[in-house]
Design a protein. Structure first.
Length: 242
């Protein structure tokens, strides 16, 4: 038996041809746009001295972490200090990948950003690892309240929602028994059992940097102080840059 070849209607062939032509034109335009973007992209020139500087910084971090393992762990603070506030005050370009990972875990990706941390052996070891880049201490209730009221923002679906309405707090944190700003402040300061979930909902705090800092970086760093443990002195940093 001979095979019967089914004929395709002429109008359908015309549609297919037109569709293929449109697709070919779109692909050509996309390629031209891509070339245009790549052509306009400026090449970044990096000096050899900068590579050496970054390499030394990373090597120094690795040596510091290696030595820290051989030393006894940092002592636990008094029982009353259950909450710490950490703020990143140094650039992290060229640092060790291990230190960078800890900074990301602490959610301090941007300079002059700060987060609340529950004090424990693990968190103290993490803060010890990032000591040259982060200042941290024990905030009082006044500092916690001022930070949350002035710079508090909730992270909902990767968007920042300012803490201006108790209805928003009740909607997203009501399941944890937090229905207003005062409940949120109390949960953070007392490091309650829902501290981890509530702290996750809070966007990292961006401290206000003075306008003169672009011209006077040395003066800004003097005002900020040295990185590392600052105990109750962290409250003065919060007052100055909140």
């Amino acid at each position: 038996k001979q095979k019967v070849i089914k004929l395709v209607p002429e109008n359908l062939l015309k549609k297919r041809k037109a569709y293929q032509a449109i697709k070919a034109t779109q692909a050509k335009l996309a390629l031209l746009e891509k070339r245009k973007v790549q052509k306009g992209r400026s090449l970044k020139f990096v000096r050899l001295e900068e590579f050496q500087k970054n390499s030394k910084k990373g090597h120094r971090d690795d040596v510091r972490l290696k030595r820290a393992k051989q030393r006894p762990p940092p002592p636990m603070p008094p029982a009353k200090n259950t909450l710490a506030f950490a703020v990143r005050i140094r650039m992290i370009k060229g640092i060790s990948p291990r230190v960078r990972k800890v900074i990301q875990m602490l959610r301090l990706r941007k300079i002059f950003s700060g987060t609340f941390i529950r004090v424990s052996k693990t968190s103290l070891n993490m803060l010890k690892a990032v000591e040259p880049y982060v200042a941290w201490g024990f905030p009082n209730l006044k500092s916690v309240r001022e930070l949350i009221l002035k710079r508090g923002q909730l992270k909902i679906n990767k968007k920042r929602i300012p803490l201006t309405d108790n209805m928003v707090i009740e909607k997203h944190l009501g399941q944890y028994g937090i229905i207003c700003l005062e409940d949120l402040i109390h949960e953070i300061y007392s490091t309650g059992r829902n501290f981890r979930m509530v702290n996750r909902f809070l966007w990292p705090f961006s401290l206000s940097v003075p306008r003169h800092s672009a011209r006077d970086k040395v003066g800004l760093l003097k005002e900020m102080g040295n990185p590392g443990p600052r105990a109750e002195d962290i409250n003065s940093v919060i007052r100055k840059f909140n």
